[in-house]
Every structure is written in structure tokens, then in C-alpha cells.
Write a protein that binds this ligand. Structure first.
Ligand SMILES: *Cc1c(COP(=O)(O)O)cnc(C)c1O
Length: 333
């Protein structure tokens, strides 16, 4: 089975499992897990932040950031397709008392016009969130110039700026932007070890030392204070050492899929996600998914007229050949 539904489906490699088995561990609620501490230090340094906090999921890292930057009753502005607004089951509202309002496209002047000032009548905007790469927009890489313009908007209005960097690794590999250049732009950033990097679990929230101290409280309140997480942190450290450069292979494989599926590709493919627009396809999304599945290729139906293919560690060139055969066959008119 060639599983292109998501880059979350990867299984730990033998090397990663060996690193996990050998990990030194301690009780992280007491701050005593040496492997988790080392991972937090490493990733904070990598992006140029003072501190980092391990979280079991990317959603938790995002939601802690939202609670740090936005008070109950205030608003977070983000993309209409943002993970933080659409795919975290309303957590910002349910746990943070936070309203989200969305923009239709990333344009700093248009977003600035949407910022709602502190006043008696309107919900005040407290923070902006960007997503890089952008999952539901076909893994698009946000240009550095646009991110800088967003920083200026945040500064002019004293807003927090969060980056959902679940796939920031892919942006770095695609655009060659150093991690620290990304890190310098945001008040808080979440990065994910269990997507393209292939760890079984774990994300990090990056911020100032003061914010991370508060984030520890919020994580515990959310039920995310975990104990001997060094076994998971070891997988993350292994992934950072071995699985970043190889993302270029995933990007090349996604590009091959995109070339083969030409007219159905919804957005230019630069990273590991291929979004398909099936409005003119001979079969609807769910039917395509079912028939491809019967032929050994799994993909994700996002709606009746859209689907998604994601390349990752556990799909090789032969798998892509097979996926191209199956999908071009089913989509031929
Ligand atoms: C996967 C993902 C997350 C985090 O998801 P979890 O499943 O909670 O780890 C956050 N943002 C984006 C853009 C993602 O794709």
C-alpha cells in the first residue's frame, strides 16, 4: 500500500527506534528529562529563540501560543484555511475564549486594514498567525518579504505574531531561508517533528524564556505535562539530525506527481503536498479515493471536488511510479 494521505503516517526507522531505546529519561514535569531538555535547547538555538517547550502535538503548541498572545474575548487574525482556525476543533474558542477572524489571502496591506483597534465596540485584534508551509493551500511556501511585511503590521499595531511552522523544515529546504531568519520574525513559533521529519510524536513551541515559562503552565493545564518523554524527544533529535536534508527528495517526488497530474493540480507544487482540484475530473473525490485505494494507492479526499497527496519518508520512487500509473489511469478522460 502506498500511503499518500499525509506525512503523519510514517513509522519510526530502525535508527530512530534505536535512539529511542537508548534515550536517557527523567520526569519532565519536574524538568528532569535530560533528552527532552537537550531537544528543547537544540531547537531553540536552531531558530534563535531563548527557549522551547516540547508538546505532544502541534495543535497543543499552536493553542498554547494562542493563549499566550490573545486574552479571552480578544481576536486572532489568520488565514481562512489556517490549521489553527479550522483543524483544531475550535480549541481557541473552547479553551482560550479566543475569537478567530480570517483573511482570504496573504496580503499585508489588506490584513492591516482588517486589524481591529482596542475600543469599546469591536473585538480587539491581539495577534496574527501565519502558516509556513501552508498545508491546505498545497504546501505553499510564504515568501520572506511577505513575512517581513506581516512583522511590520504586527509592530505598528502592537500585535503578537505566531507562525504555525509544522512544516517550516520544508519551507527552509525549498527556499533556502536559514531557520534563524524565520525565527527572528515571530513572537511564537510551533514546529512539528511528527510530519515530514518522521518522529512518532512531538512538536516544539519556541518563544522568549518568559513566555516559555508561562507556556509550561498552560501545557500542564491542558493536560500536556508528561513524564519520561525522553523516548519521544530522542526520536525528535534523531529526526533533526537525519531527516531534514532528505526532504528535498520528498519535494522532487511531489513535483513528479504534479507533472503527471498536470491539469488537476490546484496550486504550484514546491514542497511535499499536491492539492488536487477535481471539478473537471471524470470522478468525484471520494470515488477517486476509493478506486485508488483498491489499486493500492491511498490519498486523502478533502471534499467532493478536492483531494490531497503528501510525499514522505515512507514513499520511495517506485511508490511514486505506481501512484502515477494508478492516478493517471483513473483520471484519464
Ligand atoms: C499537522 C499540523 C499541525 C499539528 O497537528 P497535530 O496533529 O496536532 O500534531 C499544525 N499545523 C499544521 C499546518 C499542520 O499541518
Amino acid at each position: 500500500m502506498i500511503d499518500l494521505r499525509s506525512d503523519t503516517v510514517t513509522k519510526p526507522t530502525d535508527g530512530m527506534r534505536a535512539a529511542m531505546a537508548a534515550a536517557e529519561v527523567g520526569d519532565d514535569v519536574y524538568g528532569e528529562d535530560p533528552t527532552a531538555n537537550a531537544l528543547e535547547r537544540e531547537v531553540a538555538d536552531l531558530f534563535g529563540y531563548e527557549a522551547a517547550l516540547w508538546t505532544p502535538t502541534g495543535s497543543m503548541a499552536n493553542q498554547i501560543a494562542v493563549q499566550l498572545l490573545v486574552k479571552p474575548g480578544e481576536e486572532l487574525l489568520c488565514d481562512i484555511q489556517a490549521h489553527v482556525a479550522r483543524f483544531e476543533l475550535g480549541a481557541a474558542a473552547a479553551y482560550g475564549g479566543v475569537t478567530t477572524r480570517t483573511w482570504a489571502e496573504l496580503s499585508a496591506p489588506a490584513i492591516e486594514a482588517q486589524v481591529s483597534p482596542r475600543g469599546y465596540y469591536s473585538v480587539p485584534t491581539a495577534a496574527l498567525a501565519v502558516e509556513n508551509t501552508h498545508n491546505m493551500r498545497g504546501g505553499t511556501v510564504l515568501p520572506l518579504a511577505d513575512l517581513r511585511a506581516m512583522r511590520e503590521v504586527a509592530d505598528r499595531h502592537a500585535l503578537g505574531l505566531h507562525c504555525d511552522g509544522a512544516r517550516i523544515w520544508h519551507a527552509h529546504v525549498a527556499d533556502g531561508v536559514p531557520f534563524r531568519e524565520y525565527g527572528a520574525l515571530f513572537d511564537t513559533m510551533s514546529v512539528c517533528l511528527s510530519k515530514g521529519l518522521g518522529a512518532p510524536a512531538g512538536s516544539l513551541l519556541l518563544a522568549s524564556a518568559e513566555r516559555i515559562a508561562e507556556a509550561r503552565y498552560v501545557r500542564k493545564r491542558l493536560g500536556g505535562g508528561m513524564r519520561q518523554i525522553g523516548v519521544l524527544a530522542a526520536a525528535g533529535r534523531y529526526a533533526l539530525a537525519h531527516h531534514i536534508d532528505r526532504l528535498a527528495d520528498d519535494h522532487a517526488r511531489a513535483a513528479r506527481l504534479a507533472t503527471a497530474l498536470g491539469e488537476y493540480v490546484a496550486a504550484p507544487v514546491r514542497t511535499n503536498i499536491v492539492a488536487l482540484d477535481l471539478t473537471k475530473a471524470p470522478l468525484a473525490g471520494p470515488e477517486l479515493v476509493a478506486r485508488a485505494g483498491d489499486a493500492g494507492v491511498r490519498l486523502g479526499a478533502m471534499s467532493p471536488t478536492s483531494a490531497r497527496l503528501v510525499t514522505h519518508l515512507d514513499v520511495d520512487d517506485a511508490g511514486i511510479d505506481r501512484a502515477v500509473d494508478v492516478l493517471t489511469g483513473l483520471l484519464a478522460r
